[in-house]
Write a protein that binds this ligand. Structure first.
Ligand SMILES: Cc1cc2nc3c(=O)[nH]c(=O)nc-3n(C[C@H](O)[C@H](O)[C@H](O)COP(=O)(O)O)c2cc1C
Length: 199
């Protein structure tokens, strides 16, 4: 039985296209493995905070020297990393906000990128430590970025691929549903995105 971690980063609940697209990916994964366990983590319910001094102190203090306040500051980071470690597959919903990812997703990345835990520095450069996993990213956008004049303005997919690769998750499939703000495309955008899913 595989474990799927579904990361939600849209606050729009049942109206969210990235949630619907991610759910369609999960449905397809469950066709392959009906017993798959799905852990849902909705980042919009209790967003990770911006990194504060207390978080950074805890990140860069050896575990054996952690004070009670370090332990408290690092708890949610540890929990989020454990969720990823426990998962075989990540399905991340990523709406585009102002050409990038939503701030709740950025904060999640800020709390899971930990030297010595999810990546390490070597003489050859950083090496990701969360290897052997697969990720699908459901990217939804108002405009069109897969082709045409706005291609260079998509900072969602390169950023997510870079961050996942940085922590060792290099097998990443991007699934797009795009054009929700384009009159001629918005009715079919989600179905086209769902139809494009390839596991
Ligand atoms: C605050 C905000 C900023 C947005 N910025 C962009 C943008 O820069 N480019 C774009 O193509 N669409 C943008 N959109 C449109 C969303 O990416 C699109 O509606 C997407 O489907 C939202 O995903 P969701 O339905 O899962 O919330 C923005 C939407 C919101 C609410």
């Amino acid at each position: 039985m595989s474990r799927i971690l579904n990361i939600i980063s849209s606050p729009r609940g049942a109206a969210s296209n990235s949630i619907k697209l991610a759910d369609a990916i999960i449905d397809r994964l469950k066709e392959q493995d009906p017993a798959a366990f799905v852990q849902v983590h909705d980042l919009t319910n209790k967003p990770f905070p911006h990194l504060e001094e207390a978080h950074l102190n805890a990140f860069f203090t050896p575990v054996e020297n952690h004070t009670d306040s370090d332990k408290e500051a690092i708890k949610h980071s540890n929990d989020a990393i454990k969720e990823i470690m426990d998962a075989d597959v990540l399905v991340i919903g990523a709406p585009m906000y102002n050409f990038g990812i939503s701030s709740v997703l950025k904060s999640w990345f800020d709390h899971i990128a930990r030297a010595g835990i999810t990546f390490k520095y070597t003489a050859e450069g950083p090496v990701g430590l969360l290897t052997g996993k697969k990720a699908y990213v459901a990217v939804t956008t108002g405009g069109v970025y897969s082709s045409g004049p706005a291609t260079g303005f998509d900072f969602v997919t390169p950023y997510i691929k870079t961050m996942l690769g940085f922590i060792g998750i290099t097998d990443v499939t991007i699934v797009r549903a795009e054009g929700f703000a384009v009159a001629e495309l918005q009715q079919t955008a989600l179905d086209k995105g769902i139809d494009s899913i390839q596991l």
